[in-house]
Every structure is written in structure tokens, then in C-alpha cells.
Design a binder for this molecule. Structure first.
Ligand SMILES: Nc1ncnc2c1ncn2[C@@H]1O[C@H](COP(=O)(O)OP(=O)(O)OP(=O)(O)O)[C@@H](O)[C@H]1O
Length: 303
């Protein structure tokens, strides 16, 4: 129960393949869907929520097809990416309206319970326009879980939050997951999922690139080849020394310093410090030069 399963799912928009043959199974607990902008995270979440038909493959939520299956919504909530909330309503009115839309037998009790979960009871009678970003986001979470769904999907719920709000939201998701719910959220920032106790699924260019816990994903990303730009008191002498180093696969001397291709981050950074010290060369800067998020993620797809 409470599972979200994608089997050989692809989704294209005209010529654009947004999701490419993804098979994954997500059970109760907290799962982060991680990937750079445009990787297909929103498309995956919308497929899971039954808002989009797969072009190929099958999406099932708790064993039932997600597409063309309104009954599924009794069991599922979605917090969409855009932070569009009716600011003129109070959180109470907003969440109550959601409870009524779901035709719940006691909408007021459900709204109270949902606002309790997100800890907004004290502020529930203030207009949403007076809320902080984090509070606004929590009011949207309350509206999405007013019918107590077993599966909750959130698209970039940490976007624009400060670290404290992010921690609060992560704790909230964690405790909801602890109650046996299946919680899936998307993010394009690796550090955002740092405190995540559950699983991370990495999506790059529409494909599932890796999955595992945060530490596993972090390790995959740091133990990859890096390009460094190094400035020192004697670039040529340092280049000569680096050539013999096992973790170095290429060195070139440029006007902006040495360009060094290294096989992995840890071994190389330890080796370069030692080499320089032994030759009395002063290192003035060591900068990784290929750190764009897309590059970091795409490494995962090519391995
Ligand atoms: N309605 C659409 N029509 C055409 N192309 C689309 C449509 N929606 C998404 N795409 C394309 O599909 C790809 C995946 O988009 P998607 O929004 O799912 O990615 P994402 O990982 O959620 O990115 P972001 O975090 O930037 O929203 C992108 O190349 C995007 O341009």
C-alpha cells in the first residue's frame, strides 16, 4: 500500500522527451526527487498525480492507475511548484475550502487537523498575504493534506526558503513520513536534501541516474573526475611534479594558471598539498573549474 510505481514511463511534449523510460518504486517514508532544472521532475510528479498521461509505460499509485482515475485523489495530495495562494483568504478559509472541495464529512475538523500538522493554528485567522514565504508554503501543504492522503507529492517545497524555514519544512515532512505516509518532494539543490533521512532519486535529462541515501549520492558526486585551476608561486615546477602523480590525468599551463584534470577530488587535493610542500612551492589558489550543477549531475548519467 501507499506505493508509487512507474514502469517504463516516458513522456514527451512534441519533440521534447521530458521523461525517458523511468522505472522506479517509492514506498512509505520520505523520498527526494533530485535533478537540475529541466530534468523532468515536475513532469514525473504530475504523472504520479494523474495530471498527465504517460506517453508510454504505466504509473500506479497504491496499485491503481494514476491516469483517468479520480478515485485516486482520495488518497493523494499535490503541492504544486508555483507559490500561488489566494492572499486575500485566511489560512483557515483556504484550508476549509479545500476540505469542502473534497466533500469531507466534517470539513472544519479536517481543516483544524491539517492546520495543526503544519503548526499554523495560531496564525490561521490572518490573511495569507501577511505570511512569510515558509508560512505560505505550509498553508499550501495543509490544503493538500486536508483529506489525510497516504501519498503527498511536493514540487520544490523549499524554493526561496531560508535555512530555518527549510529545516522546519524538512522536519514536518519527516514527521508526516514517520506516520507511514509516502512523501515525495523535488529539489534541484543537493544541499537541500542533506538532512533527508530517506531515499534520493536522481533524475538527469529525463532519466533515472542514481538512487540511494544522501551520503551515497554525495559520494558519487565527489568521487568523480574534476578539473582544477591552480595558481602557485612556481606553476611550471608544480606542473612537472603533478605529471607523475597517479590521481592526475592531464596538466596544462595557461595564462590563468594550471589546468589539472584529476581522477577524484579527495586523493588529488591531498596529493597536491603534499607535493607543493615538498618542493617549497606556495599554492595561492585551487579552484574546481567544472562545478556547474548540470555537469555534476550529468556525471552520474555517464557512469
Ligand atoms: N508543456 C510543455 N510543453 C513542452 N515542453 C515541456 C512542457 N513541460 C515541460 N517541458 C519540457 O520538458 C522538460 C522537463 O521539464 P520539467 O518541468 O518536468 O523539468 P523540471 O525538472 O521540473 O525542471 P524545473 O525545476 O525547471 O521545473 C524540459 O525540457 C521542459 O522544457
Amino acid at each position: 500500500m501507499n506505493t508509487v510505481e512507474l514502469t517504463g514511463v516516458s513522456r514527451w511534449y512534441g519533440n521534447v522527451v521530458a521523461v525517458n523510460d523511468v522505472t522506479l518504486s517509492i514506498g512509505p517514508g520520505l523520498t527526494g526527487l533530485l535533478g537540475p532544472n529541466g530534468a523532468g521532475k515536475t513532469t514525473v510528479l504530475h504523472l504520479m498525480a494523474g495530471l498527465l498521461a504517460p506517453s508510454q509505460g504505466e504509473v500506479r499509485v497504491s496499485g491503481e492507475p494514476a491516469w483517468r482515475n479520480p478515485a485516486m485523489y482520495r488518497n493523494l495530495g499535490l503541492v504544486t511548484e508555483r507559490e500561488s495562494v489566494p492572499g486575500f483568504l485566511t489560512a483557515w478559509e483556504f484550508v476549509l475550502a479545500s476540505a469542502k472541495l473534497h466533500k469531507l464529512p466534517d470539513p472544519a475538523a479536517a481543516a483544524r487537523a491539517a492546520l495543526d500538522v503544519v503548526e499554523l493554528r495560531d496564525a490561521q485567522d490572518r490573511r495569507i498575504s501577511t505570511y512569510s514565504k515558509g508560512m505560505r508554503q505550509r498553508s499550501r501543504v495543509a490544503a493538500a493534506l486536508v483529506h489525510d492522503p497516504a501519498v503527498l507529492l511536493l514540487d520544490e517545497p523549499f524554493n526561496g526558503m531560508d535555512p530555518r524555514q527549510r529545516m522546519h519544512m524538512m522536519d514536518l515532512l519527516d514527521s508526516m513520513a514517520g506516520e507511514g505516509r509516502t512523501i515525495v518532494f523535488s529539489s534541484h539543490i543537493l544541499e537541500e536534501v542533506e538532512q533527508l533521512s530517506g531515499t534520493v532519486q536522481v533524475i538527469v535529462a529525463g532519466r533515472l541516474a542514481a538512487s540511494g541515501d544522501y551520503r551515497h549520492i554525495r559520494r558519487l558526486m565527489t568521487n568523480r573526475p574534476h578539473v582544477f585551476t591552480i595558481a602557485s608561486s612556481d606553476d611550471r615546477a608544480l606542473a612537472t611534479a603533478l605529471i607523475g602523480e597517479e590521481s592526475v590525468s592531464g596538466v596544462s599551463v595557461t595564462a590563468g594558471g594550471l589546468q589539472v584534470h584529476a581522477s577524484d577530488y579527495g586523493t588529488f587535493t591531498r596529493a597536491v598539498a603534499k607535493l607543493a610542500k615538498a618542493r617549497a612551492i606556495r599554492l595561492t589558489s585551487i579552484l574546481p573549474s567544472d562545478e556547474s550543477l548540470e555537469k555534476v549531475f550529468s556525471y552520474l548519467v555517464t557512469t
